[in-house]
Design a protein around this ligand. Sequence first.
Ligand code: 5AD
Length: 360
Amino acid sequence: MNNRDCITGKSLSRNDLIELLSLENPEEIEQLRKNAENILLSERGNQVYFRGLIEFSNICRNDCYYCGIRKSNNKVKRYSLSEKQVVDAALWCAKQGYGSIVLQSGERNDSEFVDTVERLVYVIKEKTVSAQLPDGLGITLCVGEHTFETYKRFFAAGAHRYLLRIETSSEDLFSRLHPQTQKIQSRIDCLKYLKEIGYFVGTGVMIGMPGQTIESLADDILFFKKTGVDMIGMGPYIPHSDTPLGEKEPSGYNNLLLSLKMIAVTRLVLKDINIAATTALQALKHNGRELGLRFGANVVMPQLTPKEVRKEYMLYDGKPCTEESRDDCSVCLKKRILSTGRIISLNNWGDRVRMGNDQP
Ligand code: 5AD
């Protein structure tokens, strides 16, 4: 497969994906980037959508070997924001014209947690209906694995998008990243439930983990395609020193470059989906998120988590933007986006438009 031909619409084989992800020559990588950017511009235009990110609790029942807020990390001070703090952040977001929020937290499945999330969604919806946003803020949930019934309750309360990263589509690697109690099949089942209920569904992976291969990343892209996702949030793996994986030898990949190639190749395969330029890109390079946009991403997630608790949501070492206020983040991100020649779409949910045959 010639890199120059990959824009022609021919469907890419697994070998093509491996070849593209393995590119090292800067000119060829630039060609890949341009192809991805051109596809994005022709399929979706040059708008960038905001999703205000509210990390409302770092309490987690899981013990993922890579994650800084894993249950066993007792150096973390655990917090849960009050309903007022979350709703205030959402209202600030609506006032800025961001259009959408993501409510993210560590994973809990007790009934108090489920009730809290349901209520948050309901209250935020109710309070953000306006002339600019006739259906209120678009709400994405990112609160982990739940039962079909729980997902239905969240949907009925008004959440219409759900993000659940598969982390890797390789069963073998997944089992080396998580304790025995966490199963890849259970996540796959959850993604199925979410689609069936009617959510816009997002997933994603970490890129450049110890033991991960280019072949496995190519399979991840094929997994996104097979699952029929509407959105992708993926980024570089970055070690956290208080985790078991953080002590392992690094993979040896340039995780920033590999993540940018993943974004571009995913855009070539899934032309019209939403792809986020995630914060982790910026942890590796000051302009990492802008690079993400230039390689085919079209969504950014400004930080709305109150400053007092941001440092307690350290998924990996060196997470950026923990000192800035909401206003700082807003001004900074707008500048960053405009520097890439794109425009910011305000008061807009910015969903992918589904075609007839990919309705859930
Ligand atoms: N490096 C990069 N991303 C991480 N995440 C968790 N730990 C790390 C890490 N060490 C990501 C996971 C999770 C999301 C909320 O954060 O992909 O799904």
